[in-house]
Design a protein. Sequence first.
Length: 92
Amino acid sequence: MKVNSSKLNEVYYVDSRASNHVMNHEEWFSYLEKPEQSGVVEIDDNTSHPIEHISDIPLRYVDQKGRLMNIMHVPTMTKNLMSIGQIANQRM
């Protein structure tokens, strides 16, 4: 099966090791807020990526609407990560 590589960065990867949701697509956010303090996301290859914004993304699934909350907008990330821990905490 051939995968369109230009679409790979539009996929959400559900990650049990991610501490927070991280997305690289600015246009997906419903609004953009600068974080109160500067910060970075560190990944397995020991690189650091600056957090530009923290915001929410509207979600639609099977006739329902929802919101993925407190997502870090990190333009230099190559993958969009959904944190299982953050989802579990958000549901409480």
